[in-house]
Design a protein around this ligand. Structure first.
Ligand code: NAD
Length: 483
């Protein structure tokens, strides 16, 4: 489908996400002809910008991400942008916004189609959704809404937000975005699992000892201390990105590769998610804060962070499912700030086979997501000049040229919103299960905090997080593969 008619309204049009991700992604989709003559974008934010100022921002944003651009095409693209100064809490502003949207709809023949994008601080999502409903901003054609993360900060607030959004939008019109689902190797998990008998046949509880997901960041909280204090690693990374990855790794084979079948398979799995008890949390979870060094701040000394903060900048934990191909297999995860390097990877740890050769390596499968996209399988073979066994990696990787062509996650996901494909977006029922799990862990931690002895460890910066995370494994021989 090409040249989709639409008026898109971006709440947070002057923000970082819009500038760095949305404008360049929209330009690429424009170049591909997905949106072309019949679209307009309204950027809204508090600042008193003009249309021309926004257009210049859009041009700058594209220049910052592209080495070469057709300047004429970029100019035409930017001419479709309009700015509306807007305070999300002011009712009258929605009236003005509605009129501008209608005017642009007429001018560009957008057929009453509306796409709303919530690209601002999550505390405003509910207010915006309520006003979209009360002031009747939806159009007479298709109506879709993209909601950024975080979707709530616990189950209760997520339910409240969902209620506010579903007052104007049906579930299939809501696109809860998680940009990890737009990443190359994340989108590759299902094809790798289900097109290779070699992988598919061993992807089960008989052969897999455990699964490990690591999302490691090199940076600290930087200027985001105030926001981070309301979140922490569990809510910021596990509730969304890590759970999405785990779901793709553990779900049963879908009946077909379409949105409905994939979500059905995910839901089947998530219905069997084991919600941890406080004892499980004690045994199989570790939370920590980076401790600073001679040259770096400790988390508790970061600007706008409470000096007695119990907000975790690191978490490691365990998940399990009662159904699916990896039923009862421990799935460990860890994520945190100030690791030795930025690295997102998955390790599938296979059980050792009994061999007449003695100590050999298990055929682990590693999927690297960032900064490189690749997969490798550990293979044992004969050493050339001695009797021993050597270990090699069989690697599936992309060339530099191929990687240069990989679209940014936001471009992929915006494309999917335009063509109404919800495969890589989170359904409410899935999100609900994720929050139930997160709430159970948060509750256990809260009780510890209230008892006055929070078990929160301090860890040295730029290594692998706290060494205490080595003790979460069920098996005494369990250990992190990536270290
Ligand atoms: P930001 O602070 O850079 O931008 C916020 C925007 O909201 C600005 O345009 C600001 O003017 C506007 N705004 C603030 N208060 C307003 C009000 N009262 N009325 C009208 N407009 C108001 O934030 P961001 O980094 O762009 O993040 C936006 C959303 O995207 C967040 O939900 C964030 O979690 C999510 N997100 C951002 C990134 C990223 O790379 N920046 C990545 C993933 C998700």
């Amino acid at each position: 489908m090409k040249n989709i008619p639409v008026v898109m309204i971006i709440f947070g049009g002057s923000g970082d996400l819009a500038h760095r991700k949305l404008y360049p992604a929209l330009f690429n989709l424009y170049e591909q002809g997905l949106i072309h003559d019949n679209f307009a974008v309204i950027g809204t934010a508090r600042r008193p910008w003009s249309h021309d100022y926004l257009r210049q921002q859009v041009v700058d944003a594209v220049h910052e991400t592209h080495n070469e651009v057709d300047e004429n095409s970029l100019k035409n693209f930017a001419s479709h942008f309009y700015y509306q100064s807007h305070d999300v809490t002011n009712v009258e502003h929605y009236e003005t916004l509605k009129n501008l949207a209608q005017e642009l709809d007429d001018r560009y023949s957008a057929q009453g189609n509306r796409l709303f994008y919530m690209a601002m601080a999550p505390r405003f999502f509910g207010t915006i959704a309520t006003h979209i409903n009360d002031q009747k901003l939806t159009g007479s054609g298709f109506n879709r809404i993209v909601v950024e993360k975080p979707f709530g900060r616990d189950l209760k607030s997520a339910e409240e937000l969902n209620k506010q959004i579903t007052a104007s939008f049906k579930e299939d019109e809501i696109f809860r975005i998680d940009h990890y689902l737009g990443k190359e190797m994340i989108q590759n998990i299902l094809p790798l699992r289900f097109t290779n008998p070699l992988i598919k046949n061993i992807w089960n509880s008989d052969n897999i000892k455990n699964i490990q997901v690591t999302l490691a960041e090199r940076l600290g909280v930087e200027a985001r201390g105030e926001y981070y204090e309301t979140s922490g690693a569990l809510r910021d990374m596990v509730q969304n990105h890590i759970f999405q990855i785990i779901t793709l790794l553990a779900m049963p084979e879908p009946k077909a590769i379409d949105a409905e079948s994939i979500h059905q398979a995910k839901q089947e799995l998530l219905d069997s998610l084991v919600i941890p008890t406080p004892e499980d949390v004690k045994k199989h979870f570790v939370r920590g804060q980076y401790a600073g060094s001679d040259t770096t701040f400790a988390y508790r000394k970061e600007p706008k962070v409470d000096e007695n903060s119990t907000t975790e900048t690191f978490v490691a934990g365990e998940t399990k499912f009662k159904k699916g191909p990896v039923k009862d297999v421990p799935i460990y995860f860890r994520t945190g700030k100030e690791f030795k390097e930025k690295k997102n990877r998955i390790d599938i740890v296979l059980k050792h086979a009994n061999t007449p050769y003695g100590g050999v390596h298990s055929n682990n499968i590693t999927i690297e997501i960032d900064p490189q996209s690749k997969l490798y399988i550990t293979i044992n073979g004969k050493k050339i000049d001695t009797d021993g066994i050597r270990r090699e990696n069989l690697t599936y990787a992309f060339s530099k040229e191929e990687m240069a062509k990989v679209p940014d996650g936001y471009e992929r996901l915006l494309h999917d919103v335009f063509v109404n494909d919800s495969t890589n977006f989170t359904h409410w029922a899935e999100l609900k299960r994720y929050w139930e799990f997160i709430d159970a862990v948060e509750d256990a931690w809260k009780k510890e905090n209230e008892a006055g002895n929070p078990d929160i460890v301090q860890y040295p910066p730029y290594r692998m997080g706290p060494k205490e995370a080595d003790r979460i494994f069920e098996s005494p021989t369990g250990h992190w593969i990536y270290e």
